[in-house]
Design a protein around this ligand. Structure first.
Ligand code: ADP
Ligand code: MG
Length: 466
């Protein structure tokens, strides 16, 4: 009933649930008491699910499917997501990302109740489900093509289950303390380039969404905002991603990348595989994407008009259930083909993305500025990291990836995934080796040996090899 109604009228609930009139009231009041639904009486007598209720439905589904066995502590708070640890039946640690669209956005607008008093078609729960669906679809496709993403495990409603990534986001590395920054930069750039060759721009490619472990393995996360390279603004969005990465390495890791690594989409030669098209064909439709992107654009607009994303973010982590419940209630958004309306007023226009130089994303643990002359001790390069069982974890992760590939069932698919992954791993290490040992040269291409390996050089040529 929530697909077409923000608040579902009681008679509809009764008929969908196949209950007697009195029966549904009794159940609804119990649910209301436990805050699993919220109630309205303004226009008509109706109820809608709360985030808590939605959480329970999703977790219960994942539980009954045998995907998870128990849920553990919260390990991350994104702008509009909560990240929890969970365990599978055999004790393996996985991660559940719970999308919570509407949590931090429209804060200013929401304060004005009159302004928000319009009708609503799209509920935040529905948007959160779209975000989870998109994230899972892209993660599956990227993973299958060998990109370094978490292993996609399952998705239900607004939840995505994936493998737990070793290491931490790069934003947690102390300033100037990244071991092999040049090499890490080269790998990140090659991932960005490889994405574009496959028809994709990440659109949030920054130190918050690039995770790194003690061995320098890099994992890309966070996919709900990805666009196709055929998107009207793809060119600018790609350049923004590139600049974001360059800026982070220059400002925080003191590695200024050479100019010839400032790629634009014009430098990209599209390959045979179009993941953007693949995803569209398999589960996440263009219409669903349009609805989600309309929302995300509106949020970006709102953030921009408030002087950047950082504002008002500090206090976001202390959401009690009650507060969340309160916030959810007041969002009224309608999304059409090309506009986003809030309370009947145009709030955003689709395809007119907010192109800021570099988004400042919230982070739970951002290090403070360190003195410049900090000792360069490789052993302490990664702050806050637990290296004790790092090797076993790496092994476990490898095994889980192989097991996941094996579970694909079809032997052909299984082999394809495996060989794509193996090729990618080889490429990454090849890149890393080249980047570690060499200086940048525009003539790098000439120095390849007959196997196409890069010899003591890094730069565009290295990236082309990926
Ligand atoms: P958001 O879309 O809200 O930014 P992210 O997907 O970027 O959410 O996740 C937020 C944080 O949660 C990340 O910065 C990271 O610290 C943690 N995280 C997310 N996914 C994983 C994972 N698979 N394994 C370990 N940590 C994760
Ligand atoms: Mg993120």
């Amino acid at each position: 009933g929530m697909r077409n109604h923000e608040m579902v009228p009681v008679p509809l609930i009764t008929s969908i649930a196949k209950l007697r009139h009195g029966g549904s009231y009794k159940i609804l009041s119990t649910l209301l008491r436990h805050k699993l639904v919220a109630h309205t009486n303004t226009d008509y007598n109706g109820y809608r699910l709360s985030y808590l209720g939605f959480d329970i439905l999703a977790l219960r589904s994942l539980l009954s499917r045998g995907v998870i066995h128990s849920v553990g502590r919260q390990i991350g708070v994104g702008k509009e997501s909560d990240i929890f640890e969970a365990q599978t039946e055999d004790g393996e640690e996985v991660v559940i990302k719970i999308h919570r669209l509407g949590r931090t956005s429209f804060r200013a607008v929401r304060k004005n109740r009159d302004y928000m008093a319009g009708k609503s078609k799209a509920s935040w729960l529905f948007m959160s489900r779209l975000a989870a669906l998109k994230e899972f679809s892209f993660m599956k496709a990227l993973y299958a093509h060998g990109f370094p993403t978490p292993t996609p495990i399952d998705q239900n409603r607004h939840c995505v289950v994936m493998s737990k990534v070793n290491g931490s986001p790069m934003c947690q590395i102390k300033t100037g303390n990244m071991y092999g920054a040049e090499q890490v930069f080269a790998i990140c750039m090659s991932i960005l380039k490889k994405l574009a060759e496959h028809g994709l721009v990440h659109c949030d490619f920054n130190e918050f969404n690039l995770m790194i472990d003690e061995l320098g393995n890099i994992t890309l996360i966070d996919f709900p905002q990805m666009v196709s390279t055929s998107h009207v603004n793809a060119h600018d969005l790609f350049v923004r991603d590139v600049n974001c990465l360059r800026k982070f390495f220059a400002m925080k890791m003191r590695y200024v990348a050479p100019d010839d690594m400032a790629l634009t989409l014009d430098d990209i030669v599209k390959g045979d595989i179009a993941i953007d098209e693949e995803v569209k064909a398999s589960g996440f439709t263009a219409e669903e994407d349009a609805a989600l992107m309309g929302y995300l654009d509106a949020v970006a607009k709102h953030d921009e008009s408030n002087g950047g994303r950082a504002e008002g973010e500090a206090g976001e982590d202390d959401n009690s259930d009650g507060e969340e419940e309160e916030e959810f209630d007041e969002h009224n958004v309608e999304i059409t083909q090309d506009h986003v309306f809030v309370g009947g007023n145009v709030f955003g226009v689709l395809d007119d993305r907010n192109l800021k130089d570099c988004p400042i994303l919230p982070s739970t643990i951002v290090d403070e500025e360190e003195p410049l002359d900090q000792p360069d001790d490789a052993a302490e390069d990664f702050s806050d990291s637990d290296i004790s069982d790092e090797e076993t974890r790496a092994e476990k992760e490898k095994a889980r990836r192989e097991a996941a590939a094996a579970e694909e069932g079809d032997e052909g698919v299984q082999d394809k995934v495996k060989s794509a992954r193996e090729k990618l791993q080889r490429d990454i290490y090849k890149n890393a080796k080249g980047a570690a040992s060499g200086k940048v040269s525009r003539n790098a291409t000439k120095k390849r040996n007959k196997y196409g390996k890069i010899d003591k050089t890094v730069g565009k040529a290295l990236l082309n090899d990926w």
